[in-house]
Design a protein around this ligand. Structure first.
Ligand code: C2E
Ligand code: CA
Ligand code: CA
Length: 403
C-alpha cells in the first residue's frame, strides 16, 4: 500500500516529520489487523501479508484497513487524513512463489495509482499457474504440429478477385479442442514462445503456398507478427533465412503500437523484411496508438482499418468519417487500404464508394482450413463471369457459413 496524499502531508508537516508517517500508518494497521506481518518499505510504501483460508478474505481485510483510515491522525496538533492506495495479490498456500506474489502486488499498485483507484487486485496467482501450464503445453504443441493455419481471403474490390489471404493460427489441443489465438498468443508472448511459434507459422505458410500454387492459385499469404519480434534480431534473421531460401510471396501484418515501442530498430527490421520481398501491412489501424510521424516512415504497402470501425460503419455517425479520412490518408501515402471485419452488404457498399481497395470479413469468408480454402477458390473461379462477382462471393460465403 502507498500513502496517496504524501506530498500534501509533507507540505504541512515538513520533511522530517513526514518521514514518520509510515510508522504511524504501520501502527494503525497493526491495531486493525494484529495477525498481519507489516513492513515499512519507504517513506510512502508499506507491505502487509495475511494468511487466510479463503482468497476473498483479502477484500474484507482491506475494507477494514480503509475504514480505520477514515479516522484522522493528529500530528503536532494538526488533524490530517492519510489516504491509502492498495495493490493486492493472492496465491494458494501450497504454491506460493513469494517473489511472483510481491511483483503482482506491485504491478496492481502501479495500476491502482494510474487509474486513481483505491484498490486493485493482480490477476490471482492461480491464473499464473494456468499460464505456466499453457506455456508448457504450447511448447509441445509447436514441436508436435498441433497448430494449424486457417486462411481468410482478402478481396480486391476494383479487380474483383482474391489477391491474398491472411493466415490465422489455431491450436488443436488434445483435450481442449480448437483453441483460438486470443487464448494462447498472450501466453506465447509472455513466455517467449512467440518466436518459435511464428517461425513455425512462416514455414507452414510457405508449404501451404506451394500447395496453393500447385492447385493453380497464386496468392500472397499474410502472417501476423507480434510487436516484440520486431526488436528481436535473431528472429528477424531466421525469418529472412526462411523467406530468402524459398520462392515464397509473403506479407507480414504488424501493428503500429509495436513500432512505437522501439521505433529505430523496428523500422530498420521492417525495411529488412521489405528488402526480402515481404509486403508489410499495418494491422488494426485506429485501434491503438497512432502516430503520423511513424506512419510516414514505415515501408508499409497496406493499411488495414481495424474491424471495430468497420463493423460499426453503418450504425455510427463518427466511424464513416474516420474510415473515409483514413482511406484518403493511406492513399496519399501510396498505401492500399484493407477493411477487415466486413460483415454486411451495407458496409461493403459504403466501403466501395469510399474507395477502399480491399475487403476481408465474414461476409466474404470466415477463416477456413487450407483444403476448404482451395475448394472455395476453385468454386469461386468456376462461378465467373458473374454480373457482380462480389455479390457472388458474398452469396457463396452465406452458403458456406457453418461448414
Ligand atoms: P487480427 O489480426 O485482427 O485478425 C482478425 C481476427 O478477426 C481473426 O480472429 C478473424 O477470425 C476475425 N474476423 C475476420 N473477419 C471478421 C468479421 O467479419 N467480423 C468479426 N467480428 N471478426 C472477424 P482470430 O483468428 O481469432 O484472431 C485473433 C487475433 O489473434 C488476430 O487478430 C491476431 O492479432 C492474433 N493472431 C492470429 N494468428 C496469429 C499468428 O499467427 N501470430 C500472431 N502473432 N498473432 C496471431
Ligand atoms: Ca491481422
Ligand atoms: Ca486486424
Amino acid at each position: 500500500m502507498e500513502i496517496a496524499n504524501f506530498a500534501v502531508l509533507r507540505r504541512r508537516l515538513g520533511c522530517e516529520r513526514s518521514a514518520l508517517l509510515s510508522s504511524l500508518v504501520s501502527e494503525r494497521i497493526g491495531r486493525v489487523a494484529p495477525m498481519a506481518s507489516i513492513a515499512i518499505l519507504g517513506r510512502t510504501q508499506l507491505s502487509c501479508c495475511f494468511r487466510d483460508t479463503d482468497a476473498e478474505a483479502i477484500d474484507k481485510r482491506i475494507e477494514a484497513i480503509e475504514r480505520a483510515f477514515q479516522q484522522p491522525f493528529i500530528v503536532d496538533d494538526q488533524t490530517m487524513t492519510v489516504a491509502l492506495t492498495f495493490g493486492g495479490a493472492t496465491a494458494p498456500d501450497a504454491h506460493v512463489d513469494e517473489v511472483a506474489l510481491v511483483e503482482q502486488a506491485e504491478s496492481a499498485l502501479a495500476e491502482a495509482r494510474i487509474a486513481y483507484r483505491a484498490i486493485t487486485h493482480a490477476v490471482p496467482a492461480r491464473a499464473r499457474l494456468d499460464t505456466v501450464r499453457t506455456a508448457r503445453e504450447l511448447d509441445t504443441a509447436i514441436e508436435q504440429d498441433q497448430l494449424v493455419l486457417h486462411y481468410q481471403p482478402k478481396v480486391h474490390v476494383r479487380r474483383q478477385e482474391i489477391t491474398s489471404a491472411e493466415a490465422l493460427v489455431r491450436w488443436r489441443h488434445p483435450t481442449r479442442g480448437l483453441v483460438m489465438p486470443n487464448d494462447f498468443i498472450p501466453v506465447a508472448e509472455e513466455c517467449h514462445l512467440i518466436d518459435r511459434m511464428t517461425l513455425w507459422t512462416i514455414r507452414r505458410a510457405i508449404a501451404d503456398q506451394r500447395d496453393l500454387a500447385a492447385r493453380g492459385h497464386d496468392l500472397r499469404l499474410f502472417i501476423n507478427i507480434a510487436g516484440q519480434l520486431l526488436a528481436d534480431d535473431a528472429f528477424v534473421r531466421e525469418a529472412c533465412d526462411l523467406v530468402g531460401g524459398s520462392d515464397a510471396r509473403l506479407g507480414f501484418e504488424i501493428t503500429e503500437t509495436s513500432v512505437i515501442r522501439d521505433p529505430a530498430s523496428a523500422i530498420a527490421n521492417l525495411q529488412t523484411f521489405a528488402d526480402f520481398g515481404i509486403t508489410i501491412a499495418i494491422d488494426d489501424y485506429g485501434a491503438g496508438l497512432s502516430s503520423l510521424a511513424y506512419l510516414k516512415q514505415l515501408p508499409a504497402r497496406e493499411l488495414k482499418i481495424d474491424k471495430l470501425f468497420v463493423t460499426q460503419l453503418t450504425s455510427s455517425n463518427r466511424d464513416p468519417l474516420i474510415v473515409r479520412s483514413t482511406i484518403d490518408l493511406a492513399h496519399a501515402l501510396e498505401m492500399e487500404v484493407v477493411a477487415e471485419g466486413v460483415e454486411t452488404h451495407a458496409a461493403l457498399a459504403l466501403l466501395t464508394v469510399m474507395g477502399c481497395d480491399m475487403v476481408q470479413g465474414f461476409l466474404i469468408s470466415r477463416p477456413v482450413v487450407l483444403e476448404s480454402f482451395i475448394q472455395y477458390l476453385d468454386e469461386g473461379r468456376h462461378r465467373a463471369p458473374a454480373p457482380d462477382p462480389l455479390a457472388a462471393f458474398a452469396g457463396f460465403a452465406a452458403n458456406r457459413r457453418g461448414r
